[in-house]
Design a protein around this ligand. Sequence first.
Ligand SMILES: NC(=O)c1ccc[n+]([C@@H]2O[C@H](COP(=O)([O-])OP(=O)(O)OC[C@H]3O[C@@H](n4cnc5c(N)ncnc54)[C@H](OP(=O)(O)O)[C@@H]3O)[C@@H](O)[C@H]2O)c1
Length: 314
Amino acid sequence: MMKAIILTSQGSVDNLRLAEIPVPDIGADEVLIRVKALSINPADTYVRMDVAIDWIFNGETPKILGWDVAGVVTATGQKVVDFKVGDEVFGSIRHPGHGKAYAEYVAAPASHLALKPSNISFEEAAAATLAALTAWQPLTRANIRKGDRILITAAGGGVGHYAVQIAKYLGAYVIALSSYGKRDFVLGLGADEYVAYDRQRFEDVVSDVDLALEALRDDHIARTLAVVKRGGTLISLWAMVQGTKWERLANDLGVNAYYNAVVSNGQDMKALADLLERGVLKSHISKIYPLEEIPAAHLELEKNATTGKIVISL
Ligand SMILES: NC(=O)c1ccc[n+]([C@@H]2O[C@H](COP(=O)([O-])OP(=O)(O)OC[C@H]3O[C@@H](n4cnc5c(N)ncnc54)[C@H](OP(=O)(O)O)[C@@H]3O)[C@@H](O)[C@H]2O)c1
């Protein structure tokens, strides 16, 4: 048996309950991980609350939130060749789908994992999973050239703090947007320019952007589109673009705008592991909670003011 946080039904954090449930079985392509740390993301809170996203659970019970794990392999399926018992691994598993990461043991597809670099902690590894992939996947597939001007919105949060570092690694000139309180943190990540959205309108000081990574909601995308140059790109992490008024606006402005969704991918995790090992990429963890306090961690994340990542340590 193992401890897990189960979601009794979609709704408030009161529906997240500590339970004793059987350790999961593994499939032929899976490994069993003794979880040492896991991380949480805004999507965990949306899935917790929004019954429209019930499909994530694939009809399975108990419902267990979470995708991001770091831990030690304790068993391997017959077809697994990349990992062995005792390996330290990390990854964002089964996204989109039923990740079941809020538990002491997780059955994880081997194809979603990478070996954890030995020079980083389990907490730092668990942090650099879904949020880091969310930045890595679209930025590395957007044909960024050296010196391109890249705007990172929400630069002080989970995705944003990795995005600033990854964009710098790709040779871009990075303009970062956050609240003033995160100024030193964001500049410390390597941003070339910094704008405090609570001190001035970023449109007044930012223009001619080659690529914008837009993580904010509602009509923020319209404001960001206005600073992207004709022929430039906007990648939305929140608002759908295709077939919407944002697509029409982007077309009018000559901007290539599209939504990108993160997907679990072990090859991308290996690339991130390499950057973490070399110290090119670093996880910043602002708060750590024990498994039992995941409800409090959700409430903290819902303030929409996280610096770096919130991690759960087991
Ligand atoms: N498409 C995908 O696959 C995908 C995957 C992961 C996440 N996302 C989305 O990406 C967004 C960010 O995720 P996350 O994990 O980074 O969230 P997070 O860790 O909670 O960070 C959110 C950040 O937004 C900042 N923020 C809030 N209002 C802002 C504003 N007006 N201007 C600039 N920054 C502002 C907050 O700090 P300050 O206000 O203090 O600066 C905070 O640092 C979420 O909406 C999430 O749903 C999408």
